[in-house]
Ligand binder design. Structure first.
Ligand SMILES: CC(C)(COP(=O)(O)OP(=O)(O)OC[C@H]1O[C@@H](n2cnc3c(N)ncnc32)[C@H](O)[C@@H]1OP(=O)(O)O)[C@@H](O)C(=O)NCCC(=O)NCCS
Length: 144
C-alpha cells in the first residue's frame, strides 16, 4: 500500500466527484472539478492509493494569496493522517509559488476540519452568518 500525493488529472475526476458528493453539503459539479485540471491559476492535488484518488485539495492562486476551495478525504480513509498530509503538501505548494497567505471558509459546526486547519497555523479572522444553506455560519480563516 502506497499513498502518494500527485497533481489531479482527468483520470482522477470521477473519484474526486464521488468524494465531493458524499462529503460536501453543496458539492461542486463534475465539470467544475474537471476545470480545475485545466485552469491556469488553479492548483488541485489528490492523495492516491494504488493510483485511485481517495482525498484531494484545491485552491486558486491570486497573486500572493491562495483561496482554498476544498479539502476532503474519503470516509474510509479518514483519521489516518491523509488530511494532514494533504495540508502539509498544500502549504509546501504555496511556498513554492511565493504565496504569502492562505484563506478558507469552514462550517462553524465542522470541528474536525477547524482543528486540522489550526494545527497548520490557520486562525479565525471573520464569520459569514448563515453562509451554508442559509443556516450554518462559515468561519473565515487565514494562514499568514
Ligand atoms: C477534514 C478532513 C479532510 C480531515 O481528513 P483526515 O484524513 O481525517 O485527517 P487526519 O487523519 O490527518 O486527522 C486530522 C486531525 O483530525 C482528527 N480527526 C480525524 N477524524 C476525526 C474524527 N472522526 N473525530 C475526531 N477527530 C478526528 C485526527 O485525530 C487528527 O487530529 P491530530 O492531528 O490532533 O491527531 C476529513 O475529515 C474530511 O474529509 N471531512 C469531510 C469534508 C470536510 O469537512 N472538509 C473540510 C471542508 S472546509
Amino acid at each position: 500500500m502506497e499513498i502518494e500525493i500527485v497533481t489531479m488529472n482527468e483520470s482522477h475526476v470521477d473519484s474526486v466527484w464521488e468524494i465531493e458528493k458524499a462529503l460536501i453539503a453543496s458539492p461542486w459539479s463534475k465539470e467544475s472539478i474537471q476545470k480545475l485540471t485545466t485552469t491556469d491559476n488553479a492548483v488541485a492535488k489528490v492523495s492516491t492509493i494504488d493510483g485511485k484518488a481517495m482525498g484531494y485539495y484545491s485552491f486558486y492562486q491570486i497573486l500572493d494569496e491562495a483561496d482554498v476551495n476544498n479539502i476532503a478525504v474519503d470516509s474510509a480513509w479518514q483519521n489516518k493522517g491523509v488530511g494532514s498530509a494533504l495540508m502539509h503538501d498544500m502549504i509546501e505548494e504555496c511556498k513554492l509559488r511565493g504565496i504569502a497567505s492562505i484563506t478558507l471558509e469552514v462550517g462553524a459546526n465542522n470541528i474536525v476540519a477547524q482543528k486540522l486547519y489550526e494545527k497548520f497555523g490557520f486562525r479565525q479572522e471573520g464569520l459569514r452568518k448563515k453562509y451554508y444553506n442559509n443556516t450554518e455560519d462559515a468561519i473565515i480563516m487565514w494562514r499568514r
